[in-house]
Ligand binder design. Sequence first.
Ligand SMILES: Cc1cc2nc3c(=O)[nH]c(=O)nc-3n(C[C@H](O)[C@H](O)[C@H](O)COP(=O)(O)OP(=O)(O)OC[C@H]3O[C@@H](n4cnc5c(N)ncnc54)[C@H](O)[C@@H]3O)c2cc1C
Length: 384
Amino acid sequence: MKHNIFTAEHEMLRKTIRAFVEKEVAPQVAAWEEAGRIPREFWRRMGQLGLLGLDFPVEYGGGGGDFLSSVVLGEEMARCRSGGVAFSVLVHTDMSSPWLTRYGTEAQKRKHLPGIIAGETVCALGITEPGTGSDMAALSTRAVRRGDHYLLSGSKIFITNGVYGDLYFVAARTGEGPPGRRHEGISMFLVERGWPGFTVSRRLDKMGMRASDTAALAFENCPVPVENLLGVEGRGFQQLAAGLQRERTMAAVLALSGAAQALEDTVAYLRERQAFGEPLAAKQALRHRVADMATEIEAARRLVYHAAALYAAGEACISEVSMAKLFATEVANRVAYHAVQLHGGYGYMREFHVEGFFRDVRLYPIASGTSEVMREIIAKRLLT
Ligand SMILES: Cc1cc2nc3c(=O)[nH]c(=O)nc-3n(C[C@H](O)[C@H](O)[C@H](O)COP(=O)(O)OP(=O)(O)OC[C@H]3O[C@@H](n4cnc5c(N)ncnc54)[C@H](O)[C@@H]3O)c2cc1C
């Protein structure tokens, strides 16, 4: 089916990324999944190809493109057969570094953006804490001003690119905020690997997304220079909230693209596999299941592209993005379930891609705002 949100330039970009993913990424991902990390050369190669700053300003080395270029990147990276690789890349390109282009000072941008775009500086986003995730306003990591620096103390958990990252976008409390308005006391900071008082306290083992490293972080009186405050002190929550629509759209894009690929795998398998004297593709029960999977994917695609186009145009899109994220990530999980089921025993085997997709895709209704939180956002706009 034809979708008209992409231009001819986007389609050319898609071709380039698809060729790169097929030739240089897909053949490597099994080893990276096993190792639980992505090699530095991969990030540099992405940088060389100009894929890490597609819509960042050209004066810092970016591509000067639009947000839909990033959507193309997400769709094509998701096809590399490792959700972890795609997720790590998108955390870098869409879920952390855009805050620097949006809120950074000229000096911060000059210092960090060239490395981020070249793949020399890998970014991570540190919001979630052991005691709070969905309730971002309740975070308790503190940054206390002491002259020309803040002292950062607290812990973060589930941080993607956290073990091997270089630059961490960390949310911390700089004040309490008035009663009932705790979110007003939150600020964002740029924190660099290796600073005193900052340690990766644990590397976390997880169900899927195995190629992306996930960390627990500890800060103990870590001195952060005042020039590393990102944006305005006390406005971190609002700054984060403004960027969440991009992050959530991209999570939906990754889930959706993976689901489309799992459907392709399933169709190919059903055509090939024989049972009771005919291909599985001839069985009506399975044909109808495939029809349902394709229909749900198409419906999700419409929602995701609509939300992406609104976001790209700078229009209000909180409900649309929340609906797209909720629906696409849950559709992708249903597709994963049925893709494994239709592969029979082979679907449970590591050598079949649907097995990995089934594990990877379970993350998306949890990360970047859970399905329950998406429902709350949608309902709030309808009912209050
Ligand atoms: C692999 C992985 C990678 C991640 N990467 C990052 C990262 O890079 N940076 C980062 O900061 N975070 C990251 N996260 C954290 C992720 O964003 C959080 O796990 C998520 O926001 C949920 O927070 P929580 O785990 O504390 O769950 P909780 O907020 O404790 O929620 C537990 C359950 O309660 C439900 N719930 C909570 N509040 C409500 C409510 N008001 N109404 C109804 N139900 C509710 C939730 O939907 C969920 O089902 C990652 C998580 C994972 C698993």
